[in-house]
Design a protein around this ligand. Structure first.
Ligand SMILES: Nc1ncnc2c1ncn2[C@@H]1O[C@H](COP(=O)(O)OP(=O)(O)OP(=O)(O)O)[C@@H](O)[C@H]1O
Length: 366
C-alpha cells in the first residue's frame, strides 16, 4: 500500500541577485534583478509501507527540496503530495507525529545540552506517555550504543557519536516514515557501517519506511532496496538496487600504494598497459593510472571479482594502502542517460564530470 504519493510535483525558487560594487548595488536596489531556478520539475513517484528507498542525484539535483516538500517545510509551486494521507504543507503538525527527518548537515540536538535532555524535550513535544517513553529511550540507547555519552553536551561529541544520538532521537516517537538526508556524511568507514546497520535493523524490526539521500554508493547498496535517481529536478531512473548494481555500479576503482614500483606488475601490449600476471590478463580489468608506487585499476566486478585481483598483486608486491571506490555519481548519471539513448544529455552529464573534476583539482592545488 502506498503511503507516499507524489504527483507532478514542482518547485521553482525565485531569488534576488546580489550585485557587487556600490554603483551596481544602487542600481539593483532601484531595479532589482531576480533569478528563477526550477529545483524540482514534474516529479511523480509512490512509496509503499516498509520500503527503503534511495533518492540520489548529483549536487543541486533537487533531493533536499523534495524532502522538504514531503515533510511540509516547503510549499510546492505545483503538484500534489500525500504522506500517510496528509498534505504535508497544510497538515504539518499532524504529520509530524508520524514522521521524522535527519539532515546530516544540520543537528536537531540542542547544541549545549546533553542528548538525554534533548530526548526528554522531544518526549514532551511529541506528547509521549512517560512510561512508554522511558522504555523506548532505554531501548534506543542500547540499540545505538550511546550510553557512554548520553550525558555529554552535544557540542563535545564527535560527528559519529552525534549522528548516532541524532538517529536515536529520530526514532523516539516511533515514526512510520523517516527521511534521512545524507545520514552518513563526513563519517569514517566504521561509523558509516554502524549507521547503515542500524537503519536496516530498524526497518526490519519496526517496519519503518525509509527515504534516504546520499552521495555514497555504499549507503545505497547496503541499506536500500529501491533507488530513484534524479537530475535537474526530474526522475531519470526508478529501479531496484539490484538492477542499479548490475547496470551502473558494476565497475569499482582500486587505488593501490605499493612498496615497490608498478613496472614489475605491468606489461605493455599493443600500446596498452595490462597486468602481467597471466591469470589477470582478462577482460574486465583496465589500468587507469600507473606511476611510481601508485596503481589505479578499474575492475568490472561482473566479469572479474575483486578478490583474485588484490590477492595476485599481494603475492607479488607489498601493499601499503588500498582504497576501493564506486564510480562518482556524475558518471552513473551519464551512463543512465547513455543507456536511455539520450546522447545530448549524456554528453552534458559527462561534461559536468569534467568541470567537477577541474574544480576539485583547482581546490586541491589552491
Ligand atoms: N531557498 C532556496 N532559494 C533559492 N534556490 C534554492 C533554495 N534551496 C535550493 N535552491 C536551489 O535549488 C536547487 C536544488 O537544491 P537542493 O538543495 O534540493 O539540491 P540537492 O539535490 O539536495 O543537492 P546536494 O546534493 O548538493 O545537497 C539548487 O540549484 C539550489 O541552488
Amino acid at each position: 500500500m502506498s503511503i507516499v504519493e507524489v504527483e507532478y510535483l514542482a518547485k521553482t525558487f525565485r531569488s534576488r541577485e546580489r550585485s557587487s560594487g556600490i554603483a551596481e548595488s544602487m542600481r539593483s536596489f532601484v531595479l532589482p534583478r531576480y533569478r528563477t531556478r526550477e529545483a524540482v520539475k514534474n516529479m511523480s513517484f509512490t512509496l509503499d509501507a516498509g520500503e527503503v528507498l534511495a533518492f540520489i542525484g548529483p549536487n543541486g539535483a533537487g533531493k533536499s527540496t523534495t524532502i522538504k516538500m514531503l515533510t511540509g517545510i516547503l510549499y510546492p509551486t505545483a503538484g500534489s503530495v500525500r504522506v500517510l494521507g496528509f498534505t504535508p504543507w497544510q497538515q504539518r503538525r499532524q504529520l509530524a507525529y508520524h514522521i521524522a527527518s535527519v539532515f546530516g548537515q544540520k543537528s536537531q540536538l540542542w547544541y549545549h545540552l546533553p542528548p538525554q535532555d534533548t530526548f526528554n524535550l522531544l518526549a514532551r513535544i511529541y506528547e509521549l506517555d512517560m512510561r512508554e517513553y522511558r522504555k523506548r529511550r532505554d531501548f534506543l540507547i542500547e540499540v545505538f550504543d550511546i550510553a557512554d555519552y548520553i550525558r555529554t553536551p552535544a557540542r563535545k561529541l564527535s560527528l559519529g557519536e552525534r549522528m548516532r544520538c541524532e538517529l536515536a532521537a529520530t526514532f523516539l516517537h516511533k515514526p512510520r516514515i523517516v527521511f534521512l538526508d545524507e545520514p552518513t556524511i563526513g563519517l569514517d568507514v566504521i561509523a558509516k557501517q554502524r549507521i547503515r546497520d542500524l537503519i536496516a535493523q530498524l526497518n526490519v524490526e519496526e517496519g519503518v519506511t525509509v527515504l534516504l539521500t546520499s552521495h555514497d554508493a555504499g549507503d545505497v547498496e547496503q541499506v536500500c532496496r529501491r533507488v530513484i535517481v534524479i537530475n535537474h529536478g526530474e526522475v531519470i531512473l526508478d529501479e531496484s538496487v539490484a538492477t542499479l548494481k548490475r547496470d551502473y555500479l558494476k565497475e569499482k576503482t582500486i587505488d593501490l600504494q605499493l612498496a615497490g614500483t608498478v613496472e614489475a606488475l605491468l606489461t605493455n601490449e599493443a600500446g596498452e598497459q595490462q597486468l602481467s600476471d597471466p591469470d589477470l590478463k582478462r577482460e574486465g580489468i583496465r589500468v587507469l593510472q600507473a606511476q611510481g608506487h601508485s596503481l589505479r585499476l578499474a575492475v568490472d566486478t561482473l566479469r572479474c571479482p575483486l578478490e583474485p585481483v588484490v590477492a595476485s598483486i599481494m603475492q607479488r608486491q607489498h601493499i601499503l594502502d588500498m582504497t576501493i571506490s564506486d564510480p562518482p555519481m556524475e558518471t552513473i548519471i551519464a551512463s543512465i542517460y547513455g543507456s536511455q539513448g539520450n546522447n545530448s544529455q549524456s554528453l552534458a552529464a559527462v561534461e559536468n564530470v569534467g568541470s567537477l573534476a577541474e574544480q576539485v583539482d583547482k581546490l586541491m592545488k589552491g
